[in-house]
Design a binder for this molecule. Structure first.
Ligand SMILES: CCCCCCCC/C=C\CCCCCCCC(=O)N[C@@H](COP(=O)(O)O)[C@H](O)/C=C/CCCCCCCCCCCCC
Length: 216
């Protein structure tokens, strides 16, 4: 894990989720995208074995950036305005039976990231609360099985399982966050996790209210 990719502080990335939220509880998409970009940097620092995962995230972030630069960009300011615009104008493929007309809708794309945020939330909580000798591969796969696995094909689940074996130990992982000792990293996770949880909970409620949690 050498090189310029480690030259940043994960606290900045995790706390950046705080900036996604306005006082009114809107989730700002520019900040949401920026937070994910920070996570991708960290993922890339873990090694090439994770590149198939980061490529998928990057492609989803590119879809969102494209929407933010499109003539309709104003509708993509927040998660709430995006849902209102796309649902209101029938720009989302709601079920598998309908022909796939909007494979790159913002609602569908953010849903994939939102599910991944659920994985991240559980993984970080596991990392924070586990004993020193806990295996990161187990923490990671427990979080994965409780969240993303249900949405992935057999082949992806196998590839992910192999990648988890390449994760560093819990101590190395915590130190790779560049926030000091592993104890300080655990403390930082306790401070930063509520921001991620807040963004996740608001997004989950919004998607549930519009029956968008199962978009194909
Ligand atoms: C202190 C610890 C900090 C940890 C920070 C880790 C950085 C996390 C960065 C990214 C997390 C993974 C995001 C995964 C997004 C997956 C989105 C998805 O579900 N895509 C699938 C469906 O998309 P569509 O086909 O419907 O468009 C796609 O099929 C998946 C492709 C690639 C595999 C995704 C595997 C996800 C594994 C999650 C665990 C990541 C382990 C990272 C290790 C730290």
């Amino acid at each position: 894990m050498d090189g310029p990719e480690t030259d940043f502080n994960l606290k900045v990335v995790l706390v950046s989720f705080k900036q996604c939220l306005t006082e009114e509880g809107e989730v700002l998409l520019d900040h949401y995208i920026a937070s994910w970009k920070g996570l991708v940097r960290f993922l890339n620092s873990l090694g090439a074995v994770f590149s198939f995962i980061s490529k998928d995230v990057v492609s989803k972030l590119q879809i969102m950036e494209h929407l933010r630069k499109s003539p309709q960009y104003e509708h993509y300011t927040s998660l709430q305005s995006m849902v209102a615009y796309e649902v209101g104008n029938k720009l989302v493929d709601i079920d598998r039976s309908s022909r796939s007309r909007y494979p790159n809708s913002g609602c569908r794309t953010v849903l994939r990231l939102h599910r991944a945020l659920h994985w991240l939330r559980l993984f970080l909580e596991g990392l924070r609360t586990s004993p020193e000798d806990a295996r990161t591969s187990t923490l990671c796969s427990d979080a994965y099985n409780a969240t993303l696995a249900a949405y992935h094909s057999w082949i992806i689940r196998q590839a992910v399982t192999v990648a988890f074996c390449a994760l560093p130990t819990r101590k190395v992982f915590l130190e790779a966050m560049n926030v000091g000792s592993s104890e300080q990293a655990v403390e930082m996770l306790g401070e930063a996790l509520p921001f991620i949880e807040h963004v996740y909970d608001i997004s989950q409620k919004l998607y549930a209210e519009h029956s968008l949690l199962d978009l194909p």
